[in-house]
Every structure is written in C-alpha cells, then in structure tokens.
Design a protein around this ligand. Structure first.
Ligand code: ADP
Length: 161
C-alpha cells in the first residue's frame, strides 16, 4: 500500500524550516500532501491562494509532493485522501507539548492514523512563521527564512495587516 502522509499547517508563510521537514521525509513516504488549513476563525496574513502558490513553487519539480488545502478535522482529511500518516516538525519542548496533545487526540479520533515527528535541524530551531510575518510587516528582509524560489517582493501588498 502506498504510504501517504499529510503535512498540515498554517504555513503563513512557508519557511525553510517547513521545507526542511518535508524534504527529509521524502525518504519515508511515497506521497506527501502539504495541506494548508483553511480555518475561517483564524485570520491569516497571506490568503490561502497565496500560501498554496508559494508552496507549489518550492516543490514544482517533486512529483511525490502535492499541495492542497482543507477545512475541518485533519484526520477526516487524511481519511478522504487515504493518508495513514500525519507529519509534523518539532523545534522545542514547547512544540512537543503542543504536538503531543494534538497527536493523542488525533489517535483517539482515528486509531489507524499515526503521527510522525521529525526534529528540526539546529539552524532552523528559531525560525517560525510568526517572526517571519513580523519582519515582513515591518518592512524588513525575511528572504533568508523562506525557500529561495519564493520571492517575497512579488507578494508585497498581498498580506493582511
Ligand atoms: P500550525 O498552525 O499548524 O502549527 P505551522 O505552519 O506553524 O502550522 O507549522 C506546521 C508544522 O511545521 C508544525 O508541526 C510545526 O511544528 C512545524 N514547523 C514550523 N516551523 C518549523 C521549523 N522552523 N522547523 C521545523 N518544523 C517547523
């Protein structure tokens, strides 16, 4: 059976930390679906379309990676896509505590789906989308924190303040 993993997240925006996790997990899975959570209650900086477009650019040449979005429960999205794995990245012990609760609840909701965690490389530990957004909002240069094919200049004015 094909091993399909869903990498769910806000990706607002997608960073080199996210990219690292996805690229390293390519050896573990046959297909990875990067699924942008479309949460009506959680306001995002970049629109869903922009976030998906940025991620699509990064993995344009990788056939095993698909970019999509979803609403509702992650486990329901996994089931609809025959994915038996949820991929997440861990940076700190705070991430671990947060992820532990989500993964244990997901396990209770769907016993046949496993959460898989990859520890980030040390140089990506301090990178998070919130800080990257703050730099962009304040007119700084955040290009070193996002994959090089994403030209942030191109998306200037796209962000919600
Ligand atoms: P969410 O709102 O679901 O937490 P994020 O886009 O912030 O979405 O993160 C998606 C996943 O990527 C999470 O598992 C998060 O821990 C992981 N992640 C975020 N930044 C990094 C990073 N710098 N290195 C490794 N993993 C990361």
């Amino acid at each position: 059976m094909k091993k399909i993993a869903v990498f769910p997240g806000s990706f607002d925006p997608f960073t080199i930390g996210h990219e690292g996790i996805v690229r390293r997990s390519l050896v573990l899975f046959d297909e990875i679906i990067i699924a942008v959570g479309a949460n009506a209650l959680k306001k995002s900086y970049y629109s869903l379309e922009v976030r998906k477009e940025m991620i699509t650019k990064v993995f344009r040449d990788v056939p095993a990676i698909r970019v999509d979005h979803y609403e509702g429960l992650t486990v329901d999205y996994c089931k609809r896509n025959s994915a038996r794995y949820i991929l997440r990245g861990l940076r700190t012990s705070a991430d671990f505590e947060f992820e532990r609760a989500i993964a244990q609840v997901n396990k209770a909701l769907a016993t046949d789906i496993e959460s898989v965690f990859l520890l980030t490389v040390p140089e990506h530990t301090s990178i998070n989308s919130t800080i990257v957004r703050d730099i962009i909002r304040s007119g700084g240069d955040a290009s070193m924190f996002v994959p090089s094919v994403i030209n942030l200049e191109e998306y200037k004015g796209e962000g919600e303040l």
